[in-house]
Write a protein that binds this ligand. Structure first.
Ligand code: GDP
Ligand code: MG
Length: 182
């Protein structure tokens, strides 16, 4: 925690977005941070993050949200990417079962690389593609419950639940931190 020029309390939290290649991580972030969506997947060059602010209990809470630069394609996300993260969105694509089956591996990686308690949200993305769904809502919910994660289905294309996915994580981190300070 720190204070801004007017002495208001400020928070800055690092959040990472992980999951298999092409599940929609970059589009979820661009939808949340800039309200943009791109139909063409383009590889991000270098590690990228976006900073988003929200106000909670009159305090400015900034989330520095990190996106992979395509390293996930080679299962080569480095420990630097995870370092200091206090929140994570673990994303799969509801139309590709293999991406759901990878969730356990991403959670393991997160545990190995993180040094603190991490607020975790399981995100089933592309829920606009109901006609080619390959993972049911119930399966997503069950996995989240078993692993102690929040769960939501999203669409970066039509914006469904995108704000909710990020803001629930930010709120949970804030609650953990403010509880510790009491
Ligand atoms: P990343 O590799 O996980 O960062 O995935 P991208 O954000 O680059 O998205 C991969 C592809 O899926 C792109 O062609 C996107 O346009 C598409 N995509 C991402 N999110 C959605 C979504 O919610 N619905 C649909 N229909 N397509 C999506
Ligand atoms: Mg990407």
């Amino acid at each position: 925690m720190s204070s801004d020029d007017e002495g208001r309390e400020e928070y800055l939290f690092k959040i990472v977005v992980i999951g298999d290649s092409a599940v929609g991580k970059s589009n979820l972030l661009s939808r949340y941070a800039r309200n943009e969506f791109s139909a063409h997947s383009k590889a991000t060059i270098g590690v990228e993050f976006q900073t988003q602010s929200m106000e909670i209990e009159g305090k400015e809470v900034k989330a520095q949200i990190w996106d992979t630069a395509g390293q996930e394609r080679f299962r080569a996300v480095t420990s630097a990417y995870y370092r200091g993260a206090v929140g994570a969105l673990v994303v799969y694509d509801i139309t590709r079962r293999t991406t759901f089956e990878s969730v356990g591996r991403w959670l393991d990686e997160l545990t190995i690389h993180s040094d603190t308690t991490v607020a975790r949200m399981l995100v089933g993305n592309k829920c606009d593609l109901e006609n080619i769904r390959a993972v049911s809502v119930e399966e997503g919910k069950a996995l989240a419950e078993a692993q102690g994660l929040f769960f939501v289905e999203t669409s970066a294309l039509d914006s469904t639940n995108v704000k909710t996915a990020f803001e629930m994580v930010i709120l949970d981190i804030y609650n953990n931190v403010s509880r510790k300070q009491l």
